[in-house]
Design a protein around this ligand. Structure first.
Ligand code: NDP
Length: 333
């Protein structure tokens, strides 16, 4: 492939259906932004899976190059902060939804969206973490900012075998918290245990609506599932417990009562990674380097797929068949 031609996965809307195919593009087909990146890796996130399969309304402009995150190297930039050769990571900012994203060997983006890779992190490691791991770090930050310490008591992580959940279990364990995991699939227990979970909360009650208040079980929780699961988590919190909610893998609805809030002083904190200000991104990436030892990161299952295979992986993700993270090696078409 010549230097000016490269490959990307492109989504086009045809007869209201999403069509995903690999296309050969020229550099001048890329968006008119200030920084050109040679992409090494992207990842498969839940949102990407919805976009690629067309099963969720994620894409806001067509055609779209999906991939809500990527890591790579600056080729050229009009921003003097980003000299050629600078290794960078990008997550969020509606990239892969409204702006072209990471499933491409080259991409042009706003330099304001970039974070220089912290020392000690390769582009591959950055994407093993990706948006999911970055969001897990933000959830842990939220619990700590609310004064949850390892002495506060057990912390529940829901969707524990998923991308956000896996990294949340690993970081919390490394920081000395006692982590209980909720995972819908007992076959995933060994994996989640390896990451540090000491107990499992699984039981038939999780698919039922809870009473307004249940027995108090958790000092804190990170919820990636939403819906009935989050409703039960809230009803099971200790007095003064804190829940960081970031996901909707089980549904966007939330049917609850005010009882956990007004009788137990439970706090529910929302966590968003997409529009987070840059200064908070820089410090969260630095914290990841400090709080997620690479030997722990290597224990998080990371399957690597090519641009060709990413669609099948997206179907598997929506079917709940995956565990851990899925790396997209955009140069292994
Ligand atoms: P994954 O698909 O990797 O993991 C989701 C996990 O949730 C699954 O592994 C499964 O866990 C569990 N799960 C899935 N479906 C259901 C269901 N119907 N009922 C109960 N549990 C279910 O996704 P991610 O970890 O990447 O993302 C998790 C959520 O967080 C998604 O909703 C995603 O959109 C959101 N998210 C939000 C961000 C933000 O900025 N707020 C950023 C990144 C993600 P198990 O296998 O353990 O049962």
């Amino acid at each position: 492939m010549s230097q000016n031609k490269f490959q990307a996965l492109v989504l086009r809307e045809e007869d209201k259906k999403t069509n995903a195919s690999i296309e050969t593009l020229a550099l001048d087909a890329l968006p008119d932004e200030d920084t050109l990146i040679k992409v090494d890796y992207s990842t498969l996130n839940y949102k990407d899976a919805l976009a690629i399969t067309g099963k969720g309304k994620i894409v806001r402009t067509w055609p779209m190059v999906p991939g809500v995150d990527f890591a790579g190297t600056v080729v050229e930039s009009s921003n003097p902060q980003y000299k050629p050769g600078t290794r960078v990571v990008l997550t969020g900012w509606s990239v892969g939804e409204k702006y072209w994203g990471g499933y491409s060997q080259y991409q042009r983006v706003k330099s304001d969206w970039l974070v220089p890779l912290p020392e000690g992190l390769t582009t591959r490691q950055a994407m093993m973490i990706g948006t999911a791991g970055f969001t897990a770090m933000l959830c842990v930050n939220a619990l700590q900012a609310a004064n949850i310490t390892p002495q506060s008591g057990p912390v529940l992580v829901t969707g524990a075998a998923g991308g956000v959940g896996s990294v949340a279990v690993a970081i919390l364990t490394n920081l000395g918290y006692s982590v209980t995991a909720l995972t819908g699939d007992p076959d995933k227990h060994t994996y989640v245990k390896q990451l540090g979970a000491t107990a499992f909360a699984d039981g038939p009650e999780w698919s039922e609506a809870p009473r307004a208040l249940e027995a108090q079980r958790w000092a804190a929780a990170i919820d990636t599932v939403g819906s009935k699961v989050l409703a039960r988590v809230l009803a099971e919190m200790h007095y003064g417990g804190v829940v960081a909610a970031c996901g909707l893998a089980g549904g966007a609805d939330l049917s609850t009562t005010v009882m956990p809030f007004i009788l137990r002083s439970v706090r529910l904190i929302g966590v968003d990674s997409v529009m987070l200000p840059t200064k908070d991104r820089v410090s969260a990436w630095q914290r990841i380097v400090n709080d997620l030892p690479m030997e722990v990161l290597n224990g998080i299952t990371a399957t690597t797929v090519s641009l060709t295979d990413v669609k099948d992986a997206a179907e598997d993700m929506l079917g709940g068949k995956l565990k851990g993270r899925v790396l997209v090696d955009v140069n292994a078409v």
